[in-house]
Design a protein around this ligand. Structure first.
Ligand code: ZN
Length: 152
């Protein structure tokens, strides 16, 4: 990765950490779930309002490191308005990129690829995927998702 790209990705993460999007509780949520990453001390709650198969609204709140917060913020921006099936697919891709298993998928991740660098830091992978796992757990409360995602 070039130094310029590194800087761009750094600035996306810092921006989302400083001004997290959709950082609020939700009174009319359909489902919600908590995520805890004891290795780092990150904890957050993800709320989803579902309209049939669609994510009508999503929000999160919590405290944690810059990576966990930026990742949650980027996730909410990425999944709002998408269908459950699309979100599951995105989660699979994101997971493959941050764990370094499928770096080739990074190109299709949009702003989310700013987090791809964590694959070099195994301890930060949990920070980056915490909100996604919470979102996934919340979706599961609404019935079994169309494509079960491997969480290993
Ligand atoms: Zn963390």
């Amino acid at each position: 990765m070039s130094a310029e790209l590194d800087e761009l990705y750094q600035s996306i993460i810092l921006d989302h950490n400083r001004r997290p999007r959709n950082f609020r509780t939700m009174d009319d949520a359909s489902v919600h779930a908590d995520g805890v990453n004891p290795l780092c001390g990150d904890q957050l709650t993800v709320w989803l309002r579902l309209d049939g198969e669609q994510i009508a609204d999503v929000s999160f709140q919590g405290s944690g490191c810059a990576i966990s917060k930026a990742s949650a913020s980027l996730m909410t921006a990425a999944i709002k308005g998408k269908s459950k099936a699309e979100v599951e697919q995105l989660f699979q891709k994101f997971h493959g990129v941050v764990t370094g298993k499928h770096p080739e998928d990074a190109a299709s991740l949009g702003s989310l690829k700013a987090l791809g660098g964590v694959s070099r830091f195994p301890l930060r992978v949990k920070c980056a995927s915490l909100a996604w796992h919470a979102m996934h757990a919340a979706l599961e409360q609404d019935g079994v998702p169309p494509d079960a995602v491997s969480t290993e």
